[in-house]
Design a protein around this ligand. Sequence first.
Ligand SMILES: [Zn+2]
Length: 618
Amino acid sequence: MRIPDSIIDEIRSASDIVDVIAQYVPLKKRGKNYTGLCPFHQEKTPSFSVSADKQMFYCFGCGKGGNVYTFVMEHDKVSFVEAARTLAKRAGIAVPEDSPEDNAQATENEKLYTACRIAAEQFARNLLDSVEGKLALEYFRHRGFSQETIARFGLGYSLNAWDGLARYVERSKLDPGSFERAGLIMKREDGSAYDRFRGRAMFPIFSPSGRIVAFGARKMRDDDPLGKYINSPETPIYDKSRNLYGLFQAREAIRAQEFAILVEGYADLISVYQSGSENVVASSGTALTEEQIRLVGRYTRAVTLVYDADSAGSKATLRGVDLVIEGGLDVRVVQLPAEEDPDSFVRKQGGTEFKKLLEGAVSFIDFKASFFRDQGLLATPEGKTKAVRSIVETLARMKDELKRTFFLKSVAEKYDIYESVLFRELERILGKESARTRFEPGRDQASAAKADVANPPPRSPLPPAAEQDLLRVMLEHKGEAISFIFSNLTIEHFTHPLSRAALAIILAQPDDSWDPTVLLDRVEDPGLKSYLAGLLTARYEISKNWAVMGSEPDEADPKKIAEDAILRLKIQELDRKIDEMYRRLKAAEAHGESVALYQQEVVSLQKEKLALHGKKLS
Ligand SMILES: [Zn+2]
């Protein structure tokens, strides 16, 4: 399982952090760095910064930071080795195959990924090579899926036998336990294994980083007693509420188009994708969840819902609108002609017509209005009240107050209602809402977790700016800077525990051959890791405290930065001593003792301090 250091280094140098992170987070260039919305906490203004120079990222909002490995580990929730493999795959670098004893140490997740990959390969083979696979192939062809599309989405077929996959696992001497835990095979009471998916068209479900984690399976035979679609159960690698079908394939297009199309089904997604609108994801296998909205929010701030044109589809749209708005994204709705779903529409009308529909997508207010009109509600005052109230309820979910006000204005105009009346209604709903969250301790975990994301716990205060400056200079200029700094200061001048911990690591390096980025991988404490990454990434943001000394030093001159910080630390030390003398002086006074000595001491310390200021000014 261990990957040789040389390969770890090779992977690192082949994985530009800006390229890698840009696959997950839309980044904009700002000065030397790139910024974007942090994928680790919810925010509306970007505080997430990526440095191409340093190959580091850092978030000023939640304090997460690190190098390209840290990013993949945190983002995909995987081990270092898994992160290295993901990056190696992306960079086309071969990682040596695991030896059997290494395999024994492979993380549980890695085994499940492998089981899913092997199963997908088997299903793909069945589709093309087996006689019964023709049935599924026909089904896909009937849907208009091209060979390329079938390959891109890894489509396949599970044999209509009880032991198609189970026997393959046994024959190939694979570990049946990992296939069982991946939800692919099941055990009878007598211990024998059988397949979960039998005689079905198989849709592999990919994680956002492109690994197969589960399957959706569509019924192919009338005598199949199970539902039209069945899915993998949830496993350690598959949480259906946190996965969006097609996201892996759609990511680039979503970023480029700056919005995501959201559909419901596997077939809908693939048809829409193939028709040329590749920025499409599906909530397949589950009703849309807030985690899925958060997931898509990493790539874009706008979602267009395209659900079936039936009452179930409309209800799903209403719910989707509320969820997207609650997630802080913009939402629009496409209304398909009666009786159509995205798949049927694209097949009949083609991709160009579908794109026209997208362009004509309406705001959620218009969608709700037409929904209530279709139900005949807008004809009576009571119905109108109900409709408007429902719209205001949706508005109440909007977290951006300014945006909410604009929408409220447009509702007022549309329905010819006083804005103040709507505003009072909104306040009433918001008041009820906050009372509910305050007084109901039995809230579900998801919304509790959401509250945590919205209000991250306060961070412990960072070390004083001067300490940070010195650490930064040491990280950048190593030995030369270190000997200069410690010819003027002692370790005791650094007061903050984080500074001390960082120093301990820096001073433990035997020579100057260390790379700050590599150093990070050796730090285990996540707080310290983030702190170091922050120092390396955020070079211009850290020193806000120059005012202490008057003029701002020249950023380009590390020696000047160090000198300045040394002075500040010395002055701080003198301040501490002066405070201490005053404390003793007061105590002596209280006891009726002589204070002359302390007074003398204070005067001399103050002189010393003045001299330091003078040194700076000269
Ligand atoms: Zn953050």
